[in-house]
Design a protein around this ligand. Structure first.
Ligand code: PHE
Length: 453
């Protein structure tokens, strides 16, 4: 424990945390989730979840990592004997996510390359599922698809290469380059998208509130799920990253910066994506909801089509977009893998290199399953499962254990206040102990009830 690695600078830690938070979830998940769940009306539950759950939980996780100086299982063990399993459970979710997250980054990398020649042709959806992913009907795992396999290996070589170099020379150094680059490139994309014909209608559709959705439990759970996924909360990540903080660190401020930076980027991505969708609807003369989609289809079928229809500089726009996806994905993937690297190191007392080689190696091998025929069906199922049952539940269980079973909120608040500029008041305890479990619990209960009837 004495020679635990440390971040070199405060900015380095913040960039790494922001790098973990900003990921595929911001660019391809958020715009579609917001649109489906009431558009402009979604922002109310979203903001509520950010302020009463997202940021308070981030502060809690930063404090736990900083106070107990361990990977998630070790930190939860030190917080309360018997709570170690919580860390392993979160780590297991992270492990599963990393195996398919890597594959999506590999696609983004291929598509950056395809952008030069618009290799996807006139029918990008057909190209995606037919030629590129070779999706089979039965959804069975078939033979390897080389077009996916090769970039996947590159993704793992880059990620594990960075992790081998360590926390400061690897993760911190990479984020210091990747995140500023991502922000600048992404701004170029958004400005370009905003100047396209039809952009205004797209943005209108995005912000247009459907207030009839506001009391729907699914909308609220979706908002919490989006905030937790997007901020990388309850995945063992933020605890791990903050366990590398120096003793003197301003925890609360760092959490606010991370939370607001992530949501700002998310909003920016929503605006950019919908401006581009508005352009496409305009070109095809169809209403906007006919072109809205999310996830794999949005990024790898709809965007190529938009790129096809751009009046000029198609190739450059495509390269920028997919390079952004790749950068955003890589900085998140390294944080996910770091959770189990740190967990194995603490538990089995192995060296960092061994933990990276074994932990990263095994997930790389498993991820190859997704690079086979039918891999997309498999990926969709796992992703839906994690999102519907994993994310919000994991956050809720963590709060209940820390606030109600271990009764540690008071101690954690004292710990954070002793080293931070912003002093946490009782609002913080109230948010975590009462508001979040009640709102999230009731909404989940409502969902289960409607699902059953
Ligand atoms: N927060 C990242 C995103 O928005 C994804 C992520 C999820 C990273 C879970 C780590 C763990 O895409």
């Amino acid at each position: 424990m004495e020679n635990r690695p440390q971040w070199g600078t405060r900015a380095g830690f913040i960039l790494a945390a922001v790098g973990s938070a900003i990921g595929l979830g911001n660019i391809w998940r958020f715009p579609g989730v917001a649109y489906e769940n009431g558009g402009g009306a979604f922002f109310l539950p979203y903001l509520f979840a950010l302020l009463t759950a997202g940021i308070p939980l981030l502060i809690m996780e930063f404090t736990i990592g900083h106070k107990y100086r361990g990977s998630a299982p070790l930190s939860f063990f030190r917080l309360k004997k018997g709570a170690e399993w919580l860390g392993w459970w979160q780590l297991a979710i992270s492990f599963v996510i990393s195996t398919y997250y890597a594959v999506i980054i590999a696609w983004a990398m291929s598509y950056a390359y395809f952008s030069f020649s618009q290799k996807w042709g006139k029918d990008p959806l057909n190209f995606l599922v037919g030629d590129y992913l070779k999706v089979t009907d039965a959804g069975q795992v078939g033979s390897l698809v080389p077009g996916v396999f090769i970039p996947l290996i590159i993704v793992w070589v880059i990620t594990l290469g960075i992790l081998f170099k360590g926390v400061k020379k690897g993760i911190e150094a990479a984020n210091k380059i990747f995140i500023p680059a991502l922000v600048v490139l992404f701004l170029v994309i958004v400005v370009r998208a905003l100047t396209l014909e039809g952009a205004a209608e797209g943005i209108n559709a995005f912000f247009n509130p459907d207030w009839s959705q506001i009391l729907n439990g699914k909308v609220w759970v979706a908002a919490y799920g989006q905030i937790f996924f997007s901020l990388s909360i309850a995945f063992a990540i933020m605890v791990t990253y903050s366990s590398y903080l120096p003793k003197k660190s301003d925890i609360t401020n760092n959490a606010f910066i991370t939370g607001f930076a992530n949501s700002s980027f998310e909003l920016l991505a929503g605006i950019g994506v919908f401006a581009a969708l508005g352009f496409m609807a305009n070109q095809q003369g169809v209403p906007i909801d006919e072109v809205v989609s999310k996830g794999v289809i949005l990024a790898f079928a709809v965007f190529p089509q938009i790129i096809n229809e751009l009046p000029a500089f198609n190739g450059a726009f495509g390269v920028l977009f997919f390079v952004c996806l790749t950068l955003a994905g890589l900085t998140s993937l390294m944080s996910i893998v770091e959770t189990y690297v740190a967990g194995f190191q603490d538990k089995f007392k192995v060296s960092r290199n061994k933990a990276v080689a074994i932990g990263g190696g095994v997930s790389a091998l498993i991820s190859i399953l997704f690079a086979t025929q039918g891999g997309l069906n498999f990926l969709d199922t796992v992703d839906a499962f994690i999102n519907n049952y994993g994310v919000a539940v994991a956050g809720l269980v963590e709060i209940v254990i820390v606030a109600w079973i271990a009764k540690e909120l008071g101690n954690l608040r004292n710990h954070a206040n002793a080293i931070s500029d912003i002093q946490l008041g009782s609002w913080w305890n109230i948010c975590l102990k009462y508001i979040t479990p009640v709102v999230l619990g009731v909404m989940m209960f409502m969902n289960i009830r409607t699902d059953l009837t």
